[in-house]
Design a protein around this ligand. Structure first.
Ligand SMILES: C[S@@+](CC[C@H](N)C(=O)[O-])C[C@H]1O[C@@H](n2cnc3c(N)ncnc32)[C@H](O)[C@@H]1O
Length: 312
């Protein structure tokens, strides 16, 4: 766990804040001060009354920092503490005002900085000091992100919380790769599947997945957390009856400047991906929609001018 706090005493911190505000317009400087002063006063009031802080479970989106919602941005500016995961883009971390405490609680496959139970416990302890917390997660906080466990423990401790949705990896990847997730000619539904189940020996319900995907106007399948198991996933789908020439796309680091897309079929995608040196995170899209891919011009989305929100 890494906790980044301002190392300065209060007086010096205020001088530092004053200096770091100097490049801003006078209106912006005033707004920053008023915002921070009122947040500090609210926290002091809560603390002296022994009240809990509030918790906001917020989705940071899949990668591109500009996919953060305006509500998420506002709440980040108004909080006391941000607890964030490894999938959150560092550009979003840079939007956190300097006076806000940052706690990295990243969990990466095989490299856990903190166990889920410890994250829950820490969240409760911080909220019980009266501080408001933004719990920032990659993508959407309620899709394969263990929001349920966090909500449950907050409810048990009577800590008020709210959830702010984010763009999930499947939506971000499909948009930036130009692959529609549904298409009226070939896919009337879409299913998000985790390849990483609670127990390593558990398996998704392959029969049901294949039945949906092979139905007339079939279902698009999107696998999360499946990059390392791509060979097994493809074999299982084929074994349960999905044709070996079904189209598949793997999108690595979707919506970031490092995004890469590999397209193939059920019987050759694992081999193609292995020669691509994908780093992850990646999602795998299976279904006819991959053949409907359109050429999107990603340079239209690049941000060459200083963004309006870069004020932290
Ligand atoms: C623990 S799950 C979190 C999902 C997240 N809550 C969401 O809604 O996107 C992590 C998985 O999400 C997918 N993922 C997250 N960010 C991604 C990205 N930028 N590109 C591709 N896949 C991504 C990968 O499958 C990764 O293994």
């Amino acid at each position: 766990m890494i906790i980044e706090k301002s190392p300065l005493p209060w007086g010096l911190w205020r001088i530092q804040q004053f200096l770091s505000n100097l490049h801003l317009t006078p209106n912006k400087q005033r707004a920053n001060w008023i915002n921070h002063e009122s947040i500090t006063k609210k926290f002091e009031r809560r603390r002296t009354r022994g009240e809990n802080g509030e918790v906001y479970l917020i989705g940071a989106g899949p990668g591109d920092a500009e996919l953060l919602t305006l509500k998420a941005y506002r709440l980040i500016q108004q909080t006391d503490v941000v607890m964030f995961d490894w999938l959150v883009n560092p550009d979003i971390i840079n939007m956190i005002p300097r006076h806000v405490e940052r706690i990295f609680v990243g969990k990466k496959c095989g490299q856990h900085s903190m166990q889920q139970a410890d994250i829950c416990q820490l969240m409760v302890e911080v909220a019980q000091t009266g501080k408001n917390i933004v719990r920032l997660k990659g993508g959407d906080p309620a899709i394969f992100a263990r929001a349920a466990e966090e909500c449950e423990i907050l409810a048990q401790h009577q800590i008020d919380f709210a959830i702010v949705p984010g763009i999930t990896a499947a939506s971000g990847a499909s948009a930036y790769a130009g692959i529609p997730l549904t298409h009226r000619e070939c896919a009337q539904s879409v299913r998000f599947i985790t390849a990483h189940l609670k127990s390593a020996s558990d398996e998704p319900n392959w029969r049901a997945l294949v039945a949906g995907a092979s139905a007339c106007y079939g279902e698009t399948l999107v696998f999360y957390m499946g990059l390392k198991r791509i060979g097994t996933i493809m074999q299982r789908l084929e074994k349960h009856g999905l044709p070996s020439n079904t189209a598949v796309a793997v999108i690595d680091q979707a919506t970031t400047t490092q995004q890469q897309v590999c397209v193939g079929t059920l019987d050759n995608i694992a081999q193609r991906v292995s020669s691509e040196n994908f780093q992850g995170p990646a999602v795998t899209i299976v279904g006819e929609v991959v053949n409907k891919r359109y050429q999107v011009n990603l340079s239209l989305l690049s941000n060459s001018v200083k963004p309006l929100y870069a004020n932290a």
